[in-house]
Design a protein around this ligand. Structure first.
Ligand SMILES: [Zn+2]
Length: 344
């Protein structure tokens, strides 16, 4: 009986002092296992008198039950403690300030393109895009630039084979629109897109840049309609005080052709380095659509007329945002790109 009591005392104390689940499991295997001290006690049974045996057996079983129950209680206690520790460890402090996710912003060239698209959509134009690779026919011949025309020297082109090239202007889209629309009128489209030239890159030149060309064909479309449209555009882009002026020029696909200047938005026409002290900044080329272009597309130049213009997106962006090197647009430098967040 003393042995039982001592074993009970020892076992219960060990179980109570146990702090780890593994340790507790070891104790369970030790005390309740087949080779454990409780089972060992049973072996003493044979030394007892028949009257004592049942009492002894009952006591040992009671001890077994007590140990098992205590272990079970301890197990729950430890599990609870483990859970609390885990919760404590994984606690999230929701009062800590969060990390801001990096959010990109519009590229300056897309900002200008979108601004121009919105402007022309507001004037009733359709925005039409086309392929970067175009046929020689639609890029040049339909634009009144035949193979032997000296104007072909004006743009050194990137040919893929004798008949296909990377477009040197977005004119090919307009030529398709003209052909597909004939003989319906009116046509009012703007065509934005990348264009490619065989050019050495420097601060003001790039072998790849963006253009937006516009085309309007109707029954009585005149040069004054062109002037009104471009003046509206200049005021929207560079401020309500802007004025425009036409200077004679030459493009094979327009007749007459003009270079368009905008009064300098920096010095207001007084003269500054940006406008080279002239008070005017050249921003685009334009003109009345050449009768040959209309004829080739299936229109009668005696019954309709129209104008076309082409504006360089980089040129506008550089003037508007005060950027001095065209290469900034293509180097993907985040320090440069991030500064355009404020224009969105
Ligand atoms: Zn100026």
């Amino acid at each position: 009986m003393e042995q039982i009591e001592n074993l009970a005392k020892q076992a219960l104390q060990q179980i109570q002092e146990c702090t780890q689940m593994k340790e507790l499991n070891d104790l369970r295997v030790y005390y309740l296992g087949k080779k454990g001290p409780v089972q060992e006690l049973m072996k003493n049974m044979k030394n007892l008198s028949p009257e004592e045996r049942p009492i002894f057996g009952q006591q040992v079983n009671q001890l077994k039950g007590q140990i098992a129950e205590t272990i079970e209680q301890k197990k729950e206690e430890l599990a609870m403690k483990e859970m609390e520790e885990k919760i404590e460890k994984e606690k999230i402090d929701i009062t800590l300030p969060g990390r801001k996710p990096v959010v990109g912003n519009m590229h300056p060239l897309n900002l200008i393109t979108q601004e121009l698209e919105d402007l022309f959509i507001g004037l009733g134009y359709q925005v039409i895009e086309g392929n970067d690779i175009v046929s020689d026919e639609y890029c040049f011949e339909r634009a009144n630039i035949p193979k032997d025309h000296p104007a072909r020297d004006m743009q050194d082109s990137l040919y893929i084979d004798p008949n296909w090239l990377l477009r040197t202007h977005t004119t090919a889209i307009q030529m398709k629109v003209l052909e597909e629309s004939a003989p319906n009128l009116p046509i009012k489209v703007v065509c934005p897109g990348k264009v490619y030239r065989r050019d050495d890159d420097d601060a003001t030149h790039s072998h790849q840049f963006m253009q937006m060309e516009g085309l309007v064909i109707g029954e009585h479309v005149t040069l004054s309609d062109l002037k009104g449209t471009l003046e509206f555009m200049a005021k929207k882009l560079f401020g309500q005080d802007r004025q425009i002026r036409f200077r004679p020029s030459f493009f094979p696909f327009t007749e007459p052709s003009v270079e368009v200047d905008v009064s300098c938005h920096i010095c207001n026409g007084k003269g500054c380095p940006t406008c080279k002290n002239t008070g005017w900044i050249e921003i685009l080329g334009a003109g009345e659509v050449h009768p040959n272009v209309l004829k080739m597309a299936g229109y009668d130049p005696d019954k309709c007329s129209g104008f076309a213009f082409g504006v360089g997106i980089e040129r506008v962006a550089m003037l508007k945002y005060g950027i001095d090197d065209i290469r900034h647009f293509y180097t993907d430098d985040l320090r440069f790109l991030d500064t355009f967040k404020r224009y969105e």
